[in-house]
Design a protein around this ligand. Sequence first.
Ligand code: AMP
Ligand code: MN
Ligand code: MN
Ligand code: MN
Length: 296
Amino acid sequence: MYDLHSHSHCSDGELAPAALVERAAGRGVKVLALSDHDSLGGLVEAGKAAADHGLTLVPAVEISCGWEQLEIHVVGLGVTATDEGLQTGLAAQQARRWRRAEAIDAKLGKDGAVDVLDELKRRFPAAAPTRSLFAQLLVERGLVRDHERAFARYLGRKGSAYVAPEWCSLAEGIGWIRAAGGVPVLAHPGRYGLSGSALERLLDAFVAAGGQALELSYPQLFPKEAQRLARFARVRGLWASQGSDFHSPRQHWTELGKMPPLPPEVIKVWEARPELFALPATPFSEPSNMAQDAQA
Ligand code: AMP
Ligand code: MN
Ligand code: MN
Ligand code: MN
């Protein structure tokens, strides 16, 4: 069983990388990609745990990219985590995240929710700030009932603390992934609220920039929509990927290894690039510059 999209506490996931890998192994996952938002920080720990559990850990990352006023998520599968260009690019993304978080924090403060970013740093010391962590704290403070309302009232496009992001372009994100030897995958294509023709334009831009695969199976993607997406993929020669996008055991609608079957007649990314999904020939070792990353 392949689960090629998941998060640890190095971004907005709840579990530490080792606990995530252990849970995946317990659910029958044999090949797991850890794809934290704009971060490679969990890969060393996850790689060690994977070796202990006889599971293949695919080093990955989910990059937030800007395209026509939208935020598009691109998962890079099988990236070389020590690649300097990728590391530099992700460091710039992290800096953008912190700048945005400061601006969100200031707006929240004016709207009666003070010092949320300080609390976020204390509570999630391994993480870079994402809006979902802000949402969790706003819920815990009793200011809103749930995540959805936190986005509607504060953090989403129409919220009082909305700050437009300044992510890298689609072409930049894809370029970093390709240069680091990875496969760029357009994540959850059904979640951008795009009509058929806009989605086709996005796919054309994605392919033109060097994108190679499309997620065609993830929770809440209905078979009919998957079949339509599979047609879009086939005519563009895109491979298929699948992933749970697991964040937390408390989100009962996602679970590691749990997703619908892929639509028929698609080329699976692990068939197209088998070397990226095999058990490593040598046990996972710790490159010195990654160890520093994990502590940063
Ligand atoms: P960020 O990368 O800081 O913009 O945060 C994006 C994350 O917030 C996504 O990965 C989702 O987990 C979450 N998110 C975005 N929009 C919503 C929404 N409307 N409701 C709930 N969660 C959301
Ligand atoms: Mn997330
Ligand atoms: Mn995403
Ligand atoms: Mn994700």
